[in-house]
Design a protein around this ligand. Structure first.
Ligand SMILES: Nc1ncnc2c1ncn2[C@@H]1O[C@H](COP(=O)(O)OP(=O)(O)OP(=O)(O)O)[C@@H](O)[C@H]1O
Length: 591
């Protein structure tokens, strides 16, 4: 109690830095380099809560707990594993040799490329799956043992059979041969983009988030989220993306930009920009729209106003000390940037989601009851998210449109309904960034994180090589002439379909943002109502094409086929009933 009474005021960052340095010096000297500018910024205004977390983890000042005095590099398992630490410098050399030197990328637009590939119809919700490995941090450098980088950016493969580009994350698992020599066991995981330890937030923003922002500016939906082990760099990446976003070309006279930030802790949802007594509620309206209650939405007139909000959101995130990260985010943080077209009132959205870190059972074994329940809630919602991505990517494949995507299972996935709902009437692009620790001591956790996330990308390529019957009713597969014919026949209220369409083929028409339908309709003398009618009609055809039933061989089951099957079933049933009635008659006559 007396110790807490002596604490400096929360707004005195310099005094707090001294206090924290002194605390780490006495209680956790090997981690003293964690007291840096990033920590001071992250905890601005709430240093006392950080201090409380540290006391829980490392004990009162001057009385370090076992967790604090335990060497930071443990060699789990003992035996053979212990000897890995003995070969530290050999492994560093081996990993350096295994690391390819990579030229600058000759391609830039994987996110956009995925969204415009229509070989099997327009993909309305696309996933670009990336991985980023963080560098060794100052407290980890020079520590010896298993504290060396064993996860690096691997080769880049251009134009494989299933994808134009593939980048690999290379895991170099240290082993000791039976002769007692150090060796590496290499495993590779394929991604759309892999960002190595030397990558910076600006590059990541340009390749992954800028195309999503374009989507949001067009009235569509973009989502970027970071997933991975605690301490692997998710918050660093997502905060970096938000900082880059502030400096981007967001503001104009034609748009109104607003920002909200919420955090999800288990079933509790909190507004980080205007904390209130009432919790935030997320629900679904009767027409399927997602509604939030008690969530403040702040209109920002310029980058400075957005910057103030982003800084506030960062400092309001709930954090706690985990065994791997003294400033771990223990909630899913979700920034929602809404960009409204002032004229048409169409809103595009960009979600920036920093997921709470996953922890292995071994890492969470020292948690108290509350922290244990929190870890369980985090893992439950992360697995709901994984399941939704898996189901949605499978549902993308022709013939699988009926697959159930359980997005109502968690508040996080409900909030992201547009991404998962196959009936959503606008294009969505999602970028998953899998954050990895580079450390050899984390290699098994990193492997399981990558083992999960890498196949999310492969799932989308599952159609490669499979021959499908072409769906003539899918507007994304129509030529320009077919599209024009459809417009003339089905939308007589559209004054000049030729002017409206130009010479766009179906896929380009389907990919047009809603406001472009308004502009084109206006240009050919039509009304807003007609624009809306055409837009919804096209999206209803897209959605029908996505949910069209197919046989396992890829052929389409038409409505007539279904009717024929239904009549045949009725006939078979009647025939069975007749046979049974006859048998019964026969039996009765025998007894
Ligand atoms: N690419 C990077 N370059 C430099 N430092 C980094 C990088 N990535 C992460 N860090 C540093 O590593 C530490 C842990 O990162 P961060 O808090 O982002 O992890 P996290 O995955 O969000 O963890 P948690 O899930 O526990 O919140 C921080 O001190 C952060 O500044």
């Amino acid at each position: 109690m007396s110790e807490l009474a002596e604490l400096p005021p929360n707004d005195d960052s310099a005094a707090w830095k001294e206090k924290l340095l002194d605390y780490y010096r006495q209680n956790a000297p090997t981690k003293i380099r964690m007291v840096n500018d990033a920590m001071m910024t992250k905890y601005a205004g709430k240093y006392d809560s950080l201090y409380g977390n540290l006391i829980k983890k490392y004990g009162p000042l001057g009385q370090p707990t076992a967790a604090a005095t335990r060497p930071s590099i443990s060699a789990p398992g003992g035996g053979a594993k212990k000897s890995i630490g003995d070969f530290h410098s050999n492994y560093v050399t081996l990993v350096t040799k295994a690391t390819p030197s990579l030229p600058p990328r000759s391609y830039t637009s994987v996110v956009e490329g995925k969204a415009s590939d229509a070989s099997n119809g327009l993909e309305t919700s696309t996933f670009t799956v990336c991985a980023r490995v963080r560098p060794l941090l100052p407290p980890e450098e020079g520590q010896g043992g298993e504290m060396f980088a064993a996860v690096v950016a691997g080769d880049r493969v251009e134009e494989t059979k299933t994808s134009p580009y593939t980048e690999q994350m290379l895991l170099c698992t240290p082993k000791v041969s039976i002769m007692g020599k150090p060796k590496l066991e290499e495993s590779k995981f394929d991604f759309d983009y892999v960002f190595g330890a030397d990558s910076n937030n600006e590059d990541i923003y340009k390749l992954t988030c800028m195309p999503l922002l374009k989507r949001a500016l067009d009235g569509q939906v973009g989502v970027v989220f970071a997933y991975g082990q605690t301490g692997s760099g998710k918050t660093h990446t997502m905060n970096g993306i938000m900082d880059e976003l502030i400096g981007s070309n967001l503001f104009s006279n034609e748009t109104e930009v607003s920002f909200s930030f919420l955090e999800i802790l288990g079933s509790d949802i909190k507004d980080c920009l205007e904390p209130a007594d009432k919790p935030v509620a997320i629900g679904e309206a009767l027409d399927g729209r997602i509604l939030t209650r008690n969530l403040s939405n702040h209109v920002c007139a310029n980058p400075e106003a957005l910057s103030v909000l982003v800084e506030k959101a960062k400092s309001m995130r709930s954090t706690a000390a985990t065994s791997r990260n003294d400033t771990s985010s223990r909630s899913h943080g979700c920034g929602i940037l809404t960009i409204k077209d002032v004229e048409t009132e169409i809103e595009g959205k960009l979600y920036i989601i920093d997921l709470a870190g996953s922890e292995r059972a071994a890492d969470s074994k020292n948690h108290d009851k509350v922290r244990m329940a929190e870890t369980k809630a985090i893992n439950t919602s992360l697995s709901a998210l994984k399941e939704c991505i898996r189901a949605r990517t499978m549902a993308s494949q022709p013939g699988n449109g009926g697959i159930h995507v359980p997005y109502r299972r968690s508040k996080l996935t409900l909030l992201m309904k547009d991404v998962f709902d196959i009936g959503c009437t606008r294009l969505c692009s999602t970028v998953v960034i899998t954050a990895c620790s580079p450390l050899a001591m984390d290699i098994s956790h990193t492997a399981s994180t990558l083992k999960y996330s890498a196949p999310l990308r492969v799932a989308m390529q599952g159609l490669a090589g499979k021959k499908l019957q072409r769906d003539e009713l899918d507007p994304a597969l129509w030529s320009a002439d077919q599209t024009l014919e459809y417009l003339k026949k089905t939308h007589p209220n559209l004054p000049s379909p030729e002017t409206f369409l130009g010479s766009l083929p179906g896929v380009h028409l389907c990919a047009l943002p809603e406001k472009e339908f308004y502009i084109r309709t206006k240009n050919c003398g039509g009304t807003v109502e007609v624009a809306k009618e055409v837009y919804l009609a096209i999206w209803s055809l897209i959605s029908d094409a996505k949910t069209r039933k197919r046989r396992p061989d890829g052929s389409i089951i038409t409505a007539e086929d279904e009717e024929k099957e239904r009549l045949q079933l009725i006939k078979d049933k009647e025939e069975k009933a007749r046979v049974w009635a006859e048998r019964e008659k026969h039996l009765k006559s025998e007894f």
